[in-house]
Design a protein around this ligand. Structure first.
Ligand code: BDR
Ligand code: CA
Length: 323
């Protein structure tokens, strides 16, 4: 059982990533920590609570964290809609959040269970950077980080920068240089290979469980908004690859690299990927995903969330990915 904390700014794809983790038999979610990014902290926290409610997981504690990036002003991501969940009217949850500040909670729990906790940051890295700065032992107390962020080639918030790192580049720089035992960087190079097509989405309508309906509804605006940005028919559900990878590591191919983050100028937020640490005396600080297997991912996605439909899912995926 993987003891997992998801640090998140829900966000349509964040919500999907959380649901995958809730329903996986391999993951035990210790807590959700929220951060501003796709939307304000307040909205992100509301959306995390709504997602737990839909997933029948109200026992999972939620801690709110940073309400602004370390240095920049917050710039929200339009693709997730005004409410961060695709302009839907998902009912509010009446679950209360914890009183402790998310970075303080992260420091405390890592100290209590050294090297037992996997952290999945799928928003800007602000909370994680604050935890690193507040406790010199924090990085060493964490088992591993599996991050959605960055890209070796190309960006989605600038020609070279991915949104989560672009939103808070100082935080990303602090995290990559903090000395974590293991960082897996799931960036755009991998996530963009896994497209949630209109056809795959349409099956959710037929499955029609509350989770299927929720994912169908929240991806409506998102799919069209993403399509305008990327010119791809369908959408990429970036963050879900992080929890998908934690469930089954064979969905991604990784390579050892040294990653550092540009914080200034036209390259702001760019993750500079040095393969095999060639320019760092062979030192590497991250494993970077350079490839992803779409059929394998969707197999995990559908079978984790809708196990009772496994026969139909096999047929659907064999048809969708026939070549
Ligand atoms: C990342 O940016 C956000 O909009 C998504 O939730 C994801 O974490 C992709 O660049
Ligand atoms: Ca996110």
């Amino acid at each position: 059982m993987e003891r997992l904390i998801i640090d998140t700014d829900p966000g349509v794809d964040d919500a999907i990533a959380i649901l995958l983790a809730i329903y996986s038999k391999k993951i035990n979610i210790e807590a959700i920590t929220t951060v501003c990014g796709n939307c304000s902290l307040e909205q992100a926290t509301k959306n995390a609570l709504k997602t737990l409610n839909i997933g029948n997981a109200n026992h999972i504690p939620v801690y709110a964290g940073a309400n602004k990036p370390l240095r920049n002003e917050l710039v929200v991501a339009k693709v997730h809609g005004d409410d961060g969940l695709g302009n839907t009217s998902i009912p509010e949850s009446n679950k209360e959040i914890e009183k402790e500040y998310a970075p303080d909670y992260l420091v405390r729990i890592a100290k209590q269970y050294p090297k037992e906790i996997t952290l999945a940051p799928i928003g800007p890295l602000t909370n994680i950077a604050i935890a690193v700065e507040n406790d010199p032992n924090f990085a060493k107390n964490i088992k591993r980080l599996v991050i959605m962020g960055g890209a070796e080639f190309g960006g989605n918030s600038s020609p070279v920068a991915e949104f989560n790192f672009w939103e808070d580049p100082e935080a990303a720089k602090i995290v990559f240089n903090a000395g974590f035992d293991e960082i897996v960087m799931v960036g755009l190079d991998a996530t963009n290979k896994v497209v949630f097509s209109p056809k795959l989405r349409e099956y959710l309508k037929h499955i029609n469980t509350p989770i299927a309906k929720f994912i169908y509804d929240i991806t409506d605006h998102y799919m069209y908004a993403e399509q305008i940005e990327t010119k791809i028919i369908g959408c990429v559900i970036f963050d879900a690859l992080v929890t998908g990878y934690i469930i089954d590591e064979s969905i991604l191919e990784l390579k050892d690299c040294y990653v550092d983050i540009a914080t200034e100028g036209i390259c702001k937020g760019q993750s500079v990927v040095d393969n095999d640490g060639q320019y760092h005396n062979g030192k590497c600080n991250a494993r970077v995903a350079y490839n992803a297997y779409d059929k394998k991912f969707f197999d995990i996605f559908y079978n984790t969330l809708f196990e009772e439909y496994h026969k139909d899912i096999k047929l659907i995926l064999d048809t969708e990915f026939s070549n």
